[in-house]
Write a protein that binds this ligand. Structure first.
Ligand SMILES: *Cc1c(COP(=O)(O)O)cnc(C)c1O
Length: 724
């Protein structure tokens, strides 16, 4: 099989030979985390940069040919362009990176990473939230570190939904179809098979899979797409939406991802030595791999041992409903042909996933993954602990602490999430090379050298950019949707850039308690309307389209936000995605997180915020329980942990108001002669110094590599050698 590298003709015709490789840049998301490459596309057309929401493929399609011609004669542009290409070539082709240096003998042994969602860029809406953004960041970091990494996911034709709120604040889901010509996607051409694609048996049907390739630096991401002519119309819908449909749709999707994903790699001629299951959605992959070994003549137990040695599994949530499980009826329907191929009876097969957490038994994907993975982990220290307790029944003869689930705390891809103004400061005061050396803790001691005024100014620039973006969106909405005035009130146009801004944006899952800050309205109003020290709040986030309680919570919150009682000091920004998230995590003053402990497995948005000098104010859950040191932000800790949710909400809310009143607000408004909040800036510095290097994907992917990937690789090499 081959990837079609012929450029989409519209772009190819427009580019001059001198600038032909601009297309290659546009088709590699590497541009998105490399400043000089971003700057090139900005230079190409600043207006398009903004209106396309930073989408180089669309910029190239829409930029006038004359502009390209004039840049071809512009020596300054050509110089920048050549420098960017040299850097891209260096990054994508050289063995100077960390992994090839550390493991020169293991570079030819691919590591495969399966995930149902990837948050690579907002132009490719195949993610819903934290899990996807984490997969995207993991993939980018794997490229930066030079891992022989290949990723597998879905191309959802309608992506995850775009959010609109109607006049009553009720969330509407819009599914604009993705136009593959407008995104950095390339079709993989397939000639061998009769349907022109990869075949997967789903129940009694054979489904054809089409394949797309996305370049992320050195890393390739293969996206599965069932939207091909050869499939029945209902089968084409299997990859239409992320987390849409019912249980039956879900099991079919997971068969395509797990079993289809293995076939995809085989068809591409890729033989992975390590297989990483990122959340249970892709756990069926272990079955396909066992099947392959059994077909080669191994017994089920031998096959399982081989698969176990080479499999790594990461679980991502302590919320029971977050773990996929399927009724045995569905398993019968979709796997009755499959278990004989493994040499198993129905009972033995069901046992691989059978789990009954207090209610009826079902086939649980997390159990399946835990049974057949040599390495398993949660995503923060606390989540590791909770997961060991949660799954102890699978190891009845072990003590909780001996349950074989470890943890690797999540991180974020720093160069993707750092605002330009901060990036410049880091280059000047930390090191021109800080991105490459970011996990050197000595480096970050130099944060102390950034002058207070400059650090504050950089923050103010990012804050203004956020305000400009929010206002422009409000203006656009007003033009295109004739937003009524009372709705405009909630869109942020009255927010004061000089006053304290608290940001809260995340999925509207109930455990995240978006409404906690509204528990005591009078107390909140006193904070908001303080004439000298006002407090403002910006909200954003989507509820799952099938989650009515989540949508109700969102509606309540929205109606608060636009209530004239707030005098325009609170806002709801619609359609939270990676683009909106960038501006918010870089531009607010305080990042608020109020999950019901211990339900936040890790959380990552607060890490992004901290590295931009935005201070966290959060329940001591997930990553924050590890990061908080008393000086780098605030912990909402009422000292009470109870199963009575109302009681917990009341005490947590009271603790939140107290910190706001006694600490956050006074510190923010305590200014010197230059109007710089010195003590606040000291805290920003502490946050950057302690959180940046520790909660990065640099640290995270190295940890996965050293603790899981390399041992798994060596174990599978040893087994392979034995079997020769
Ligand atoms: C970082 C990010 C998340 C993760 O947020 P948490 O609430 O910390 O889990 C979710 N959605 C988007 C768009 C993000 O950028």
């Amino acid at each position: 099989m081959q990837v079609e590298i012929r450029e989409r003709s519209v772009i190819a015709e427009k580019l001059t030979p001198r600038l032909a490789r601009v297309a290659e840049l546009a088709y590699n998301f590497w541009w998105s985390w490399n400043r000089p490459a971003r700057d090139l596309f900005k230079q190409l057309d600043r207006t398009l940069w903004t209106t396309t929401r930073h989408n180089p493929v669309r910029i190239l399609r829409e930029v006038p040919k004359e502009r390209v011609l004039s840049l071809t004669r512009d020596p300054a542009f050509l110089r920048d362009f050549d420098a960017v290409l040299m850097e891209l070539d260096r990054e994508t082709r050289n063995g100077h990176l960390w992994y090839p240096q550390a493991y020169p003998n293991l570079c030819a042994h691919p590591i495969a990473y399966f995930s149902a969602e990837f948050g690579l860029h907002s132009s490719l809406p195949i993610y819903s939230g934290g899990l996807g953004v984490l997969s995207g960041d993991h993939t980018k970091e794997a490229s930066d570190l030079g891992l022989p990494f290949v990723a597998v996911g879905f191309l959802y034709e309608q992506g995850y939904f775009r959010q609109r709120l109607d006049h009553s604040g009720w969330q509407e889901a819009i599914y604009p179809p993705l136009d593959p010509d407008e995104v950095a996607l390339r079709p993989v051409t397939q000639e061998q098979d009769s349907c022109g694609a990869i075949l997967v048996q789903v129940g009694d049907r054979e489904i054809c899979l089409k394949l797309w390739e996305v370049m992320v630096g050195r890393t390739r991401v293969y996206l599965i797409d069932a939207g091909v002519e050869a499939n029945a119309p209902w089968d084409r819908q299997l990859t239409a939406r992320l987390y849409g449909g019912d249980r039956e749709m879900r099991i079919q999707q997971e068969i395509l991802l797990g079993i289809g994903g293995v076939r995809v790699l085989r068809a591409m001629g890729i033989q992975p030595w390590v297989w990483h299951i990122n959340e249970g959605h892709s756990a069926f992959m272990v079955l396909e791999r066992v099947r392959e070994y059994v077909a080669q003549g191994l017994t089920f137990d031998e096959a399982r041992e081989r698969v176990r040695a080479s499999t790594v599994f990461t679980t991502h949530t302590p919320v029971p409903a977050g773990h996929d499980a399927f009724d045995f009826g569905l398993i019968d329907k979709y796997f009755h042909d499959f278990w004989p191929q493994l040499g198993l009876t129905r009972e033995d097969f069901l046992e691989l996933g059978s789990y009954s957490p207090g209610y009826g038994a079902a086939f649980n994907m997390t159990k399946l993954a835990l049974q057949v993975s040599g390495q398993a982990n949660g995503v923060s220290a606390l989540h590791g602990e909770v997961s060991r307790r949660m799954w102890q029944s699978l190891w009845p003869d072990r003590k909780v602490e001996d349950v074989p689930i470890g943890h690797v705390t999540n991180g974020v891809h720093l160069s993707s999430w750092t605002g330009e103004a901060m990036h410049q400061l880091y280059r000047r005061y930390i090191s021109p090379d800080w991105v490459r050396r970011q996990d050197d803790p000595l480096l970050w001691a130099r944060v102390e050298e950034i002058p207070d005024g400059e650090l504050w100014d950089a923050h103010v620039i990012l804050k203004q950019k956020m305000f400009a973006t929010i206002r422009e969106r409000a203006r656009q909405d007003w033009i295109t949707r004739s937003t009524p005035p009372e709705q405009l009130l909630a869109s942020g146009i009255f927010l004061d850039p000089n006053a304290l801004v608290i940001g809260f944006s995340r999925r509207f899952a109930t455990y995240k308690r978006a409404n906690l800050i509204f528990q005591d309205l009078d107390r909140l109003m006193r904070l908001v309307h303080d004439p000298y020290r006002p407090v403002q709040v910006i909200f954003a986030g989507k509820a799952h389209p099938a989650d009515d309680p989540g949508k109700l919570a969102l509606q309540r919150l929205y109606n608060h936000a636009r209530d004239p009682k707030f005098g325009g000091r609170s806002a709801f920004v619609e359609d939270y995605d990676m683009h909106v998230s960038r501006y918010l995590i870089q531009g607010v003053d305080v990042w608020l997180n109020t999950p019901r402990k211990p339900n936040e497995a890790s959380g990552t948005s607060g890490m992004k915020a901290a590295f931009n000098g935005v201070l966290n104010l959060s329940i001591l859950d997930g990553w924050w329980a590890e990061a908080y040191n008393g000086r780098n932000g605030w912990a909402i800790d009422a000292g009470v942990e109870t199963d009575d949710w109302d009681e917990q909400d009341r005490t947590d809310a009271a603790a939140l108001y107290r910190i706001l009143e006694e600490q956050v607000v006074p510190l923010y408004y305590q200014r010197d002669r230059d109007y710089v909040p010195r003590d606040w800036v000291a805290m920003m510095r502490e946050a950057i110094r302690t959180i940046g290097p520790q909660f990065s994907t640099r640290r995270m992917v190295k940890e996965y590599t050293e603790r899981y990937y390399v041992p798994a690789l060596q174990a599978s090499l040893a087994l392979e050698a034995q079997s020769q």
